[in-house]
Ligand binder design. Structure first.
Ligand code: MG
Length: 259
């Protein structure tokens, strides 16, 4: 009887202990707009996030826009099924659906889904406004505040093409990990402005491979987009980048399994 109780007690204790662990995967694989390609899921849908989690990706990337009434929503393009996001209300976006029947996810809904697990990080790209620099800054600021409100800080890293928006996000939370996407700043400049690292187009890094070593030397993270061919994946792995953002997470996992 005592023995059984001890086993039961140990199981309860161990399960609690496991839940309390930080268990984010470390495998460099960042699913671009979620993992959608193989299963034919809509990009940036909750379903594509769940698939990236199921595959065990280190991160799942997604894009954030702000509606006219300041609701942050997850979508790649400036329009959702033909409705311009920045000049429309959230209510108006609800008149359309993704092909799998989901509505457009809000950032809050997306984060809440991601926070149900702790293996895959959430790579939040806030999009530069097509209207004004002020709105770009507002999207950066509001994204960080939403993450803080939900207590999602340990899940979220940020990326952005907007240098001003990135700086605004860092000012809003100096501990936020913000990487820059545009490929027009040196690692030294990024370091000076408090960025976490770069996430540059693979063509930029092919032209300036020395930026990878420079960033590593400065303690910045290195990431490349959107890397879908084997040769580029292997080249980046040789240079020991931190992350590789791809539409083909399964392919990258296969390469990693052979290393
Ligand atoms: Mg993106």
């Amino acid at each position: 009887m005592n023995k059984l109780f001890l086993i039961f007690f140990s199981m309860v204790f161990l399960s609690q202990f496991t839940i309390a662990q930080t268990t984010f995967h470390v495998n460099k694989v960042i699913a671009h707009r979620g993992a959608w390609k193989t299963q034919g899921l809509p990009q940036n849908s909750l379903a594509s996030l769940k698939e990236a989690v199921r595959l065990g990706c280190e991160g799942s990337e997604f894009d954030v826009w702000m509606t006219a009434d300041e609701v942050l929503v997850v979508n790649h393009d400036h329009d959702f099924q033909g409705i311009d996001i920045e000049t429309s209300t959230y209510e108006q976006l609800l008149t359309k659906k993704l092909p799998n029947g989901e509505k457009i996810p809000t950032l809050e809904e997306y984060l809440r889904e991601g926070m149900k697990q702790s293996g895959t990080k959430l790579i939040l790209e806030f999009k530069p406004s097509r209207i004004s620099v002020e709105r770009s800054e507002r999207v950066g600021e509001l994204s960080v505040k939403t993450v803080q409100k939900l207590g999602a800080e340990k899940w979220v890293d940020y990326i952005t093409f907007s240098y001003e928006g990135g700086k605004k996000a860092i000012a809003t939370d100096p501990k936020a990990n913000v990487a820059y996407l545009s490929g027009d700043k040196t690692p030294a400049q990024l370091k000076e402005d408090g960025f976490f690292g770069f996430d540059y187009n693979i063509r930029v890094l092919r032209n300036k491979p020395e930026w990878i070593a420079q960033a590593q030397h400065l303690g910045l993270t290195t990431n490349a987009w959107t890397v879908n061919n084997e040769e580029d994946m292997k080249w980046l792995l040789e240079l020991k980048v931190d992350f590789i953002t791809t539409d083909e997470p399964e392919k990258l996992f296969e390469i990693l399994s052979k290393q």
